[in-house]
Design a protein around this ligand. Sequence first.
Ligand SMILES: Cc1ncc(COP(=O)(O)O)c(C=O)c1O
Length: 349
Amino acid sequence: MTPPQALPRKSFGSDNHARAHPAVLSALGSASRGDVTAYGDDPWTERVAAQLRQEFGASGVFFVFNGTAANVLGVSLMLRPYEAVICAESAHLNVDECGAAERIIGCKLLTVPTDDGKLTPELVAARLAGRGDEHRAQPRAVAITQATEVGTCYTVAELRRLGDFCHDSDLLVFLDGARLANAAAFLGCSLSDLAGSVDVLSFGGTKNGAVGAEALVVMNPALTASVPFQRKQQMQLASKMRYLAAQFGALLEDQLWLQNARHANAMAQRLAAGVSGIPGVGLRYPVESNGVFATLDPALIEPLASEWNFYVWDASENVVRWMAAFDTSEEDVDAFVAAIRAAALKLIS
Ligand SMILES: Cc1ncc(COP(=O)(O)O)c(C=O)c1O
């Protein structure tokens, strides 16, 4: 039988389009020896969860299958049935999870429009009206994303300011870290620096070279005890947990997670630099992780999209999203830049 074929050229559509890192595949092979007890009572899970607890300074670490599950599980630890989550309008939790939080947790999302995907104490404060009013869902948690859905990063000082404000206001903080590695690489800080101001966060493996694994990292010890039960109810307790843990084991070895993220970020920077000055192409957001958000002359989108894989992020403003991954090469970027330049020149000739 003919094997299925991959896309003809490197995709800039998503870091999810990339293959798994060879070290992750090899770690899966190494973990695949003999029998071990199921459901996380195995040496891989014990070792890798301990490593991650140490790396983050966390109270608990729990592996799950994907990012949506990590978000829903994380937020579910924080809310009573009448409580709500404040998040950016652009949050993955709000836009791209098919209402999972609303369905599984049964909570209300109080969304806030933002310029750059980031919440501030002022934006959160503006959503607190109605506290104490029994007719209103009560804000109890704030969910942020790092790096954000539009590729921007909160600085550590911004995280601290927001975290302090939330905790002083009796709000818990959840951080969606599907691209936490890219943020750490951009900011040049540790994972524990990024986690220090939040109660619970996710640490994404999938976009960073894993086959499919995310870690839920619980910083607030008061929230740890219920995780095993909630994770099982939410169908995220892997029986063959060793394979989730082994993927993170590979990413932690020699800080492969950081090397991968640094490389993907560098390719995004190369792409942004390459398109600067091309007529009809502008940057929509600062490039602070592995994504480039560009505003294109609308006549450029169709010819480029017919040859290259990327997303139109906001059709009304002609914004496209170009993502780099751990395995995007300089040649991939240069070929894409050349195609963009050629399409732009054709347009004005
Ligand atoms: C910011 C963010 N959070 C979470 C996710 C996780 O999604 P999934 O459930 O597809 O792993 C993604 C994936 O695109 C994302 O971009």
